[in-house]
Write a protein that binds this ligand. Structure first.
Ligand code: ZN
Length: 241
């Protein structure tokens, strides 16, 4: 079975449409969204409807939670806060209700799906590095945990944790060791590569493919500027950071 994992779309319709076109060509069996459909970009409503129509399962992201009133705005920087407030004015009550219906995490056979971290989904902690991942392996239900949130793709294996600590003599290459895959961001990549990012996972082969694709980033940035959203949110799409 092949699953396409998409995350952190952030209202970027151009990126989402391109990602879904690529996914269509890959003939995957299922599309799963790891949250943050909205926030930052100029087409939150359109992205929400599209994700709702293609994704079999979706978990809640921190922007989805704030936009739909489940979380306060204190946590956010000025740019994110401005985008959340603007996004709230763009969604219908039905769309808000949909965001409020999303679970914080999901279990799918041996797969654990969450926006931030398996250890504490509500705290919205980030996984940027193997150091961040090392603290999370013990919280995984199953074998593989797919996350989003940091917008930085990464593939972390549990045995790396053991190599980190010289005091720990549990160095293991056991094939059953757990794994965290950060699938990166469709709508606002932050690894200095402006191309959209998502993952195609082959469940039988346990194979993770990171897909990068160019999309009309200028169009997405132009819409952000015309909507009166912070200029920085348009610029960072072009930088991929
Ligand atoms: Zn995000």
């Amino acid at each position: 079975m092949k699953i396409a994992f998409i995350s952190d779309i952030h209202g970027n319709l151009e990126a989402l449409q391109t990602a879904l076109k690529v996914i269509d060509n890959r003939r995957v069996d299922e599309v799963i969204c790891l949250g943050d459909i909205v926030g930052y970009g100029a087409n939150p409503a359109e992205c929400l409807d599209l994700v709702r129509s293609v994704a079999s399962r979706t978990v809640l992201g921190n922007h989805d939670a704030s936009v739909s009133g489940q979380e306060g705005l204190d946590y956010f920087n000025d740019f994110a806060r401005a985008a959340v407030t603007w996004t709230q004015s763009m969604l219908t009550s039905d769309q808000m209700e949909y965001l409020r219906s999303l679970p914080l995490s999901l279990q799918l056979e041996h797969l654990h799906l969450v926006h931030g971290t398996p250890g504490n989904p509500q705290k919205w902690e980030y996984i940027f590095s193997s150091y961040d991942a090392a603290r999370q392996f013990s919280f995984i239900c199953g074998k593989v945990c797919f996350v989003g949130h940091s917008h930085v793709p990464g593939d972390y294996h549990e045995k790396w944790r053991d190599h980190l600590s010289s005091t720990e003599d549990r160095v293991t290459d056991a094939p059953s060791s757990r794994r965290i895959v950060n699938i990166g961001s469709v709508g606002q990549p932050r690894d200095r590569d402006p191309r959209l990012c998502f993952v195609v996972y082959d469940t039988e082969m346990d194979h993770v493919e990171f897909v990068r694709e160019e999309y009309n980033v200028e169009a997405a940035a132009g819409k952000i500027r015309r909507a009166g959203l912070p200029e920085f949110l348009a610029d960072r799409l072009l930088w991929g950071w």
